[in-house]
Design a binder for this molecule. Sequence first.
Ligand SMILES: [Zn+2]
Ligand SMILES: [Zn+2]
Length: 428
Amino acid sequence: MNSKRSTKDSGQPDLSEGELIACHECDLVHSIKPIPGGGKALCTRCGAFLYKNIPNSLDRALALNLAAFMFFIMANLFPFISLKASGRIEENLFLSGALALYRLGMAELGLLVFLTSFLFPFLIITGMLYVLLPLKFGHRTWKMAPVYRMVRVLMPWSLVAVFMLGVLISIVKLLDLAAVIPGMSLYIFVGLMVLSAAARANMDLSVIWPPMKRVPMGKRSGATAVERDLIGCHTCALLVPETNRDDNGHKACPRCGSHLHSRKANSLTRTWALIFTSALLIIPANVYPVMTVIRFGQGDPNTILGGVVHLIEGGMWMLAMIILFASIVVPVLKLTVLSFLLITVQKKSQWRPRDRTLLYRVTEGVGAWSMVDIYVVAVLVGLVNFGAMATIRPGIGATFFGAVVVVTMFAAHSFDPRLIWDNTERPK
Ligand SMILES: [Zn+2]
Ligand SMILES: [Zn+2]
C-alpha cells in the first residue's frame, strides 16, 4: 500500500509538529508524521521520495542481507557459465571475465567490471550486516556511521542487475557459436539480484537513525532549509543548523558525522567539465572496436554500432535495440538533458521546475544501464577462448566507452537539482 501525503492547495507543508526533514531534491522543509505501514511520503512540491514506514524493517532487512551474503559466497564457488564447442568444454567462474580482461592487458576495464559487479555489491552487503546485526541486539557498533556512509556512496555503483542483463545478452550472442551450459552459480546470481533489491526496498532509515525529539531550529523562518539556515544531512536526513561544526571546524551532522553542504560544491562548473569530457570520449568509444571476434585466424573487429548492425543482420532485433539504446541513445540523451538543465539553471528559468526535477531523476537512474555493453565484452572475452577456432579479444574502444559511462555518471551525481528550485517563485 502506498500513501502519498500532500498538503492541499498551498504547496506549503504544515510544519507544526514532529521532526523536520528537507527534500533532498528541492530543499522544501516538511515535518515527519506517522504514516501507515508500507507507505511512503513524497515531497509535496517536487514529488521526490522523503521517507517510508516498513514494519519490522530491522528484521526484514537483516534477514535479506544475511541471505544475500550466503548467496554471494555460493555464487563464487560454482561454475558460472560453460561453453561446449567441438568436444571441448570451457568452464568459467563468476570472476573469469574481469580476470580475462586483466590478463589481456586491459586492467582498467577489468577493474571497472570487478568493482561494479563484485567488490561494491559485496561491500554493501557486508556493510549493512555490520550495521544491522549489532542493532538487532540493541547496540550501535563502532564506526557505524562511516560504514553506513560508505554503503550509501557505493549504492549507485553496485550494478548487479545490469551485469545480469549483460550475461543474458552474451548467452544469446553465443548460441550460434557453441552450446551454452548455464552453471549453478548463474541461478544463484539471479537469486542474489532479487535479494539485494528486496534488502534495499525493506530498509527503513529510521531503524538506523531513530527520530530525534528536539526539533532543530534555524534563525529564520521560510519554506526551504536554506531560508531557515538549516542543512539537510545527505546520509541520515537530519536537519542541522548551519552553524553546527565538528572538531575540525567543518559543517557537520551531529548524528552521523557527515560533512554538510547546503548545495553541492561548484555544481555547475563541475558538471559542465564532466559533460565536455564525456562528449569528447564518446568519439574514440565509437570509432575504435570494442571487441574483435577471431575465427579460424580471421579477425573481425566490432565497433559498438557495428555490433548493433551484426545483431540486426542475425535477426536479433530485440538485442540490437537494447544495445543501441543502452550504449548510444542513453549516453547522448543524458548529456543533452544535463546540458539543458544546466542552461535553464544558469538562465534562472521558471519553466516547469517539477518536470525538470523529474527529468533529472530519470536521467540519474538510467545512466548505469549503459554499462551493459562493457559486461557483454567482459563475459564474451572470458568465455570464448577456443584458440584458432574462435577467440574474442577486447578492443580499446571498450575502455573509452567504460570511461564515458563512468564520467557521465559522475556528471549526473555532481548536478544539484535544488538549483532548479532556488530561482523559482513560490506561492506565498
Ligand atoms: Zn522536493
Ligand atoms: Zn547525518
